[in-house]
Design a protein around this ligand. Sequence first.
Ligand SMILES: Cc1cc2nc3c(=O)[nH]c(=O)nc-3n(C[C@H](O)[C@H](O)[C@H](O)COP(=O)(O)OP(=O)(O)OC[C@H]3O[C@@H](n4cnc5c(N)ncnc54)[C@H](O)[C@@H]3O)c2cc1C
Length: 345
Amino acid sequence: MTVLERAGALREVGAGIQVSPNAFRVLEALGLRDAITDASAPSGGVELRGGATGALVARIDYARHRPGAPFRVIHRARMIEALERAARARGVSIELGTEVTDLPPAPLLIGADGLHSRVRAALNGAETPFFTGQVAWRALIPLEPGAAFVAQLFMGRGRHLVSYPLADGLRNIVAVEERSGWTEEGWSLPGNPDDLRAAFAGFGGPVTGWLDRVADCGLWGLFRHEVAQRWHDGTRAILGDAAHPTLPFLAQGAALAIEDAWVLAACLDADADQGAALARYQSLRQPRATRVVAASNANARNYHLGGPMRVAAQAALRAGSALAPSLLFRRVAWVFDHDPTDLRA
Ligand SMILES: Cc1cc2nc3c(=O)[nH]c(=O)nc-3n(C[C@H](O)[C@H](O)[C@H](O)COP(=O)(O)OP(=O)(O)OC[C@H]3O[C@@H](n4cnc5c(N)ncnc54)[C@H](O)[C@@H]3O)c2cc1C
């Protein structure tokens, strides 16, 4: 197997990633349990907080609802290193600095080529991703002593900020703001920490101190298009963002790509008829990807409410969390409980 990657080096700067149990099951099946565990930190759950004061609104407690289940957070570079090492050890050839312009003829070509996938375009025709009206800053800062290993999500009108501790003494920050347009060339660019601080100046609690410590940040325009209609044509197939670009509001885009990859390989292993295997892959994966993408889109609306809507929604969340602490977890349990390595699931 050969991987063609246009980047000159496998690295990802300034960003962490949440690895929920559904993705971890695949990493474990690949023999990477120890490598990922050693390079990552645990995540005890998610705390939803008001942006202005930092006051707790509701808590989703992973440890309480799924004791022992691997909820981890990891620097993307560490995740990529572990995957690269394992792939090379199994004889995969990784050709860096190789941009695919014309799709090469091959018995099987898998397009894991992201939002602007050429393989998706070959299968579905040209589609232009649309700007979602949101941008995301990403930054890493040193972790303060005694930090709790939970993700904290601060909600405000038209914006929210998520932060969690990573391993290696780092804290990851993702800050999302609604914007009317994205005029920059390209999809990501270096961000200005002062712009980030200004956009979240109305936020309080620990956010002010965290943002004061941001020295570098990146800024992403969040684009997407619909889940692809056609995922394969018998010799070419797509997975991950190429098939279903996923907004980061459920932290599942990379997790879905990892799930896809396992199911695609398992279908190909199980069936000598490649066309039938690829058809099975699409039928297994398309409904789940569609459901996760829709849930992620809905979160963007919920996190960014303003005025009376926000007051009412946060009061309901607070009451619900106090009266029935498992309610919020039950609403997302289907995401985490899924086992992609069980093709009957
Ligand atoms: C702010 C933010 C936070 C996020 N947080 C999380 C999270 O916590 N958990 C999570 O699961 N997901 C998260 N995501 C989503 C996640 O980053 C994406 O869904 C995931 O990276 C998609 O993986 P992919 O491999 O499909 O595509 P990509 O990561 O886009 O990889 C595509 C690769 O293909 C290469 N490529 C593209 N075109 C060509 C070509 N023509 N020739 C050669 N190479 C090419 C690219 O260089 C790239 O390496 C987040 C996203 C954002 C923006």
